[in-house]
Design a binder for this molecule. Structure first.
Ligand SMILES: [Zn+2]
Length: 123
């Protein structure tokens, strides 16, 4: 079965984000338009919670998410924070209000930062 087409109101013909990526809770800007590539990959993100709970390993509950913005360079982010590494993975959180996880980063792959479309808003 073919994967559904990426949402064209969000993804440009070049596969980049048309809109800015914002924190859902506080509206802080995470990415400028055009700085990330749409990427389909199955990643597990724990349920949204405050950072202290994440640091202790989070909970077993969460979501398998398929659609992400892939960012190759950490400095492409306007604002982003990270949880402590848990099992070689760091979760991305909002730098301002620490809402998260909004994304996923594996320490084995320094050039891949994933931001889940379902965990952010677009403007
Ligand atoms: Zn925020």
């Amino acid at each position: 079965m073919e994967a559904p087409a990426p949402p064209s109101e969000l993804v440009s013909e070049e596969g980049r984000n048309r809109k800015a990526v914002l924190c859902r809770r506080c509206g802080s800007r995470v990415l400028q338009p055009g700085t990330a590539l749409f990427s389909r990959r199955q990643l597990f993100l724990p349920s949204m919670r405050k950072k202290p709970a994440l640091a202790s390993g989070g909970g077993p509950e969460g979501d398998l998410l398929q659609e992400h913005w892939l960012v190759a360079d950490m400095f492409a982010f306007e604002n982003v924070g990270f949880s402590k590494a848990v099992g070689g993975v760091k979760f991305l959180v909002c730098a301002d209000c620490e809402a998260g996880p909004i994304g996923w980063h594996c320490l084995d792959d320094k050039d891949s930062f994933y931001v889940a479309l379902d965990r952010v808003s677009h403007e």
